[in-house]
Design a protein around this ligand. Structure first.
Ligand code: MN
Length: 250
């Protein structure tokens, strides 16, 4: 089995390094990752500039692009073989609820799914300055072997979140649904040393709705959360109401 790994925290992040070491026990592993932190770049693709892929060690490429660029290059450009699985992470910090559309980590797994390669994203719900990625890496290796044997349903990828706890305190994995974020509406306005205003977004306190069955609910109770995702953003539950609308004629 050949596993392509990537992330959005950058090629030097300890979450990726620890992941790669663990995956080497179950597969051949190659790395194509951004050359710097590209968190919160979502599913961005670089279409109007060249990309450079610098092979810093055999099978390890640093790319001056987004996580989605990395997966695209890793599947189509850099290797003779197509990977059997793409693993994105281990992200420093959770990727749950509404946050996932911002996430480069999750979008990388989404890109692999679009290319027809099974994939999962994995994140550690950590807040400490030097998080321990080993329990999350062990889980990633086991999950990779499991997916290699079982496969994934069509158009489905997994979003995995691991609680930041000592390995023996982490509880069983649960299949969850995507939860609900409560965003703080804070924009910080300040003045730079040259007297010009600047703004900082995303600085507010973040909350979440503690709903049974969600990713947030499971991780906050010490369980590993595994959320199956797909690309279809259609809101089927709205069909009944919106289907009755008398939409404007062209
Ligand atoms: Mn990140």
């Amino acid at each position: 089995m050949l596993i392509l790994t990537t992330n959005d925290d950058g090629i030097h992040s300890p979450g990726l390094t620890t992941l790669v070491e663990a995956l080497k026990s179950v597969a051949e592993v190659v790395v194509v990752a951004p050359d710097r932190e590209r968190s919160a770049t979502g599913h961005a693709l670089t279409l109007h500039a060249p990309l450079r892929a610098d092979e810093i060690r055999p099978g390890v490429y640093a790319v001056d692009g987004t996580p989605t660029d990395c997966v695209n290059l890793g599947i189509h450009g850099l290797f003779e073989r197509r990977p059997d699985l793409v693993v994105s992470g281990i992200n420093r910090g959770a990727n749950m609820g509404d946050d996932i559309t911002y996430s480069g980590t999750v979008s990388a797994a989404m890109e692999a799914t679009l290319m027809g390669v099974p994939a999962f994203a994995i994140s550690l719900a950590c807040e400490s300055p030097y998080p321990d990625f080993s329990a999350a890496s062990d889980f990633a290796a086991k999950l990779s072997s499991f997916i290699a044997q079982r496969g994934l349903p069509p158009d489905t990828f997994l979003n995995v979140n691991i609680p930041e706890l000592p390995a023996e305190q982490i509880k069983a994995a649960r299949v969850t649904r995507q939860g609900k974020r409560v965003y703080g509406d804070l924009v910080v306005e300040n003045v730079d040393p040259r007297g010009r205003k600047y703004y900082w977004i995303g600085a507010g306190e973040l909350g979440f709705r503690d709903l049974e069955g969600t990713d947030f609910h499971s991780v906050h109770r010490g369980h590993i959360s595994v959320t199956p995702l797909h690309m279809d953003l259609t809101n089927y539950r709205s069909f009944e109401e919106i289907g009755k609308w008398d939409l404007p004629h062209p």
